[in-house]
Design a binder for this molecule. Structure first.
Ligand code: BTN
Length: 261
């Protein structure tokens, strides 16, 4: 199945150039090569399957046919410290798109997972290339469990679901990609104009993390506490059991059971 995504798309740049593959190692690898060769912002690498799809913390991202796997090249004029917030941009765009198209009750898990119920349906990965202190490119990789049954994934670290599983039918991947690129582009343009504050606020409206007891694995160790907020950097603010607050900029977050759950 070929993706004819740029036919009816209302975007200016995103998805204007699409490199489409039936099978790749990882769309991140191809997008990175293209970005190094001055490919313009908005170019997308899409694949039907990936043989070595990757997730955060070098985990494997199993990519069976029927899923959505793409990497988008960005060339933001932001400071490098803003790169983590591109995850929030992507998470909001995916959440809005899945909600609008399929009326799903989507939630975000800090920093950049999309859940339906307590189960993960989408993962987001960003990689950045620098030239000295300047940001040269950012590759935004998004994987959505779409038209396959979840047993195709085998054992997952956290429970997973797919659109097919939730909707009991297959969806049009072209429509999903089109709508997602439109959302990604409009949110990106707004961030460029107005900054990230509105976006972080929007992310909070989808958040399943805030207010919950969580366990966060970081390079400094594991922290347990109540997720109070995210700050203007996108860092998670925890209330630890000793009453102190702890800000965490990067880590792997696990939601603990809801109170009484
Ligand atoms: C995560 O949740 O750990 C992030 C998963 C990101 C997966 C996407 S699929 C498209 C792109 N290519 C990859 O190899 N990874 C990202």
């Amino acid at each position: 199945m070929r993706f004819e995504i740029n036919r009816r798309m209302k975007t200016k740049k995103f998805g204007e150039r699409v490199y489409y593959f039936e099978r790749v190692t990882s769309t991140m690898d191809i997008a990175r090569e293209l970005a190094e060769k001055d490919e313009p912002e908005g170019t997308v690498v899409v694949a039907e399957t990936q043989t070595t799809g990757r997730g955060r913390f070098q985990r494997e991202w199993y990519s069976p046919p029927g899923g959505v796997y793409f990497s988008l090249i960005l060339r933001p004029a932001f400071l490098a410290e803003n790169v983590p917030k591109i995850n929030f941009l992507a998470a909001v765009a995916v959440a809005e798109t899945l909600k609008e198209l399929y009326r799903l009750n989507v939630k975000t898990k800090w920093p950049n997972d999309i859940l339906v119920g307590e189960k993960k349906i989408c993962g987001i990965l960003t990689e950045a290339g620098m030239e000295g202190k300047k940001l040269k490119w950012v590759i935004l990789g998004i994987g959505i469990n779409a038209n396959f049954e979840i047993k195709k994934l085998g054992k997952t670290i956290i429970p997973a679901t797919s659109l097919k599983e939730e909707l009991k039918k297959e969806v049009s991947l072209e429509e999903l990609l089109q709508r997602l690129f439109e959302r990604l582009e409009s949110n990106y343009l707004r961030v460029k104009k107005e900054g990230f504050a509105w976006l972080l606020k929007r992310w909070k409206t989808f958040s399943d993390t805030l207010g919950r007891n969580v366990k966060v694995q970081t390079s400094e160790g594991i922290f347990l506490g109540k997720a109070l907020d995210i700050n203007s950097d996108g860092a998670l603010v925890l209330r630890l059991s000793n009453g102190k607050k702890k800000k965490i900029l990067a880590g792997d977050c696990y939601h603990l059971r809801k109170k009484g759950g």
